[in-house]
Design a protein around this ligand. Structure first.
Ligand SMILES: [Zn+2]
Length: 278
């Protein structure tokens, strides 16, 4: 059948030497059973059985001194079907320089996590990072809202992202977990229709299908990305859930591939977009 290709904009892979240990530990911390062992080979096998064509790895530096080695590893592993983002810890003294290095290494954007990296997006120490990403047109994927591995109060919110966009209007911001996990009323009020991208990681089953479909359209189907958060979620199940939503075929195609092709500079996404239209 002429199924369109699928790009998963939110997955996690770790270096082989630590993948199994880290994945088991993080899974236990979050109370979730990983669907693969956190390795690249594990991800690629998961993609094959799930019908996922390509997947964006989103690494996170939880300590400033890890930042460069994680980015070096990401750059060495940045090849289809697993293009990679880089990361930066906000307490790295020359964080903006490292963002420029991540960009120059050919990584496809930056991943940040307010909980694991202990920052509020509106803090002054984040300003150099936002400024350089805006200047470079470099996409930033940020964890948004609650997190299964942490307790409230959470450090990011839909209202905060709205204020941030007011200060950095050209920032290419992807707020993961639909703009604020388990903050759906606030997402609807503060972010729907704003010029940022929302991914669908950990969203299915949290919002009733009809309301989710309405929210997707209210925000604008051009700025919604399919993302699973694998290995913490099963991309096959999320893909089936997306296909159950009463969306039109062209809307699904945007969410599953074309929006990512427009946002991230990944050559294979542009090629796939053309063949996906056949
Ligand atoms: Zn994630």
């Amino acid at each position: 059948m002429a199924d369109i290709p699928v790009f998963d904009s939110h997955v996690h892979v770790f270096p082989d030497a630590i993948a199994a240990r880290v994945t088991a530990q993080l899974g236990a911390d979050g109370g979730v059973t990983p669907v693969y062992d956190g390795s690249r080979a594990g991800l690629e096998a998961c993609m094959r059985r799930s019908g996922v064509t390509g997947a964006l790895n989103c690494p996170i530096a939880t300590r400033p001194e890890q930042t460069r080695s994680i980015n070096d590893w990401a750059a060495a592993n940045n090849r289809w079907p697993m293009p990679c983002l880089g990361t930066v810890h906000p307490d790295l003294p020359d964080a903006a320089d490292e963002v420029r290095r991540v960009h120059a290494l050919g990584l496809h954007g930056l991943k940040l996590h307010p909980e694991y990296q202990a920052f509020n997006p509106e803090e002054a120490r984040l300003e150099p990072i936002w400024a350089v990403c805006e200047e470079l047109g470099f996409p930033v994927v940020i964890h948004a809202g609650a997190d299964i591995a942490f307790v409230p109060p959470f450090r990011s919110s839909p209202a905060g992202f709205r204020r941030l966009l007011g200060r950095y209007p050209r920032l290419r911001l992807v707020a993961a977990h639909f703009g604020g996990w388990r903050m759906w009323e606030e997402v609807d009020r503060e972010l729907a229709g704003m010029p940022l991208w929302l991914d669908l990681a950990f969203v299915f089953g949290e919002i009733p299908d009809e309301r989710l479909t309405a929210l997707i359209r209210r925000h604008g189907v051009d700025r919604i990305l399919f993302g699973s958060d694998a290995p913490w979620r099963d991309p096959a199940a999320d893909l089936a859930a997306l296909r159950r939503l009463p969306l039109k075929a062209h809307e699904r195609e945007r969410i599953l591939w074309r929006n990512a092709a427009d946002l991230f500079r990944i050559p294979e996404l542009c090629v796939g977009r053309i063949s996906g239209q056949a």
